[in-house]
Design a protein around this ligand. Structure first.
Ligand code: C2E
Ligand code: MG
Ligand code: MG
Ligand code: MG
Length: 291
């Protein structure tokens, strides 16, 4: 009976759940205006070569500061942005902003590195994506290969039919493609053959415990070997200690990213970081982190 069902449903609707729903509504409400209100910004985290630690790229990471909610982490608002479709304008802005920033750095004489952006699966299913990327590259004047797009394994599986076309078109522009959080998604490796991927980013969960957990170390080794066998570059994410960096370098991992080198930071702070770093001999740094 309908009345009874309603009462049952009401019984499940407890204050804790109501609070969650309210929080989620508030987040969504605030997120709707975040872009126009200028509450979003990008932080940039350097990625360095494992041998010598020269900076090869920076990853653009979204930050949201809201007057009501404070600093909201991407893990909390990206899923909401994806579910509401807000990730379309936000994601488009990220690409535009990242390209413009790289061009601005080049004008300041800060060159020799590229920029990576994270792409959500919602964006990949948008027909205008490739044209948007093309126009951001053209408008900023950066080299297409200086832009790298990070996608996750699940994105490839969810979008398989469209992903083929869109990724091929992106590759056609000359941008790089990296698989983010590699090893945590579907373990089907068939897509590595189907899509022209340039790079694998080993998920930070494997890197975190690689020095204490032999299984994690074995997984990291296997991913490095897999990448190199397929002619791909491999990056370790979440490198927090010099010991991890040295171990990864000895395994011939190509690039490293993590707090060991730098946290994500605003553009101005990154400029300072790049300049002070450039003044220091790279060799010294490499020696300093050897165990
Ligand atoms: P991700 O793309 O895998 O980015 C790496 C995350 O690890 C970042 O978290 C970064 O701050 C963090 N990290 C870097 N080095 C270390 C380390 O040494 N130790 C630890 N514990 N963490 C480290 P963040 O900035 O909170 O971003 C989380 C996720 O949110 C990203 O994971 C990405 O999936 C998503 N995201 C961020 N910005 C964007 C964006 O513009 N678009 C989309 N679609 N997703 C984004
Ligand atoms: Mg990423
Ligand atoms: Mg990752
Ligand atoms: Mg991630």
């Amino acid at each position: 009976e309908a009345k009874g069902a309603g009462r049952d449903a009401a019984r499940f609707y407890e204050p804790a759940i109501e609070q969650l729903v309210q929080q989620r509504l508030l987040l969504e409400q605030q997120l709707r205006h975040a872009l126009q209100a200028g509450e979003l910004s990008l932080h940039y985290q350097p990625r360095v070569r494992a041998d010598g630690h020269g900076v090869v790229g920076v990853e653009a990471l979204l930050r949201w500061h809201n007057a009501v909610l404070g600093e909201v982490p991407p893990a909390a608002f990206i899923p909401v942005a994806e579910e509401t479709g807000l990730i379309r304008p936000i994601g488009a802005w990220v690409i535009e902003q990242a390209c413009a920033q790289l061009a601005a750095w080049a004008r300041q004489g800060l060159t020799g590195f590229g920029v990576s952006v994270n792409l959500s699966s919602v964006q990949l299913s948008e027909p205008g994506l490739v044209e948007h990327v093309r126009s951001c590259i053209a408008a900023s004047g950066i080299a297409a290969h200086a832009l790298e797009i990070e996608i996750t394994e699940s994105l490839l599986m969810d979008n398989a039919p469209q992903a083929d076309q869109q990724l091929a078109a992106l590759k056609g522009l000359g941008v790089g493609l990296a698989i983010d959080d590699f090893g945590t998604g579907y373990s089907s490796l068939a897509y590595l053959k189907r899509f022209s991927i340039d790079k694998l980013k080993i998920d930070q969960s494997f890197v975190r415990d690689m020095l204490t957990d032999p299984t994690d170390l074995a997984i990291v080794r296997a991913i490095v070997a897999l990448a190199h066998t397929l002619g791909l570059q491999v990056v370790a994410e979440g490198v927090e200690t010099g010991h991890q960096a040295a171990q990864l370098a000895s395994m011939a991992c190509d690039e490293l990213q993590g707090y060991c080198f730098a946290r994500p930071m605003p553009a101005v702070q990154l400029e300072r970081w790049l300049r002070t770093r450039g003044a220091q001999p790279q060799r010294r740094r490499a020696e300093a982190i050897r165990p």
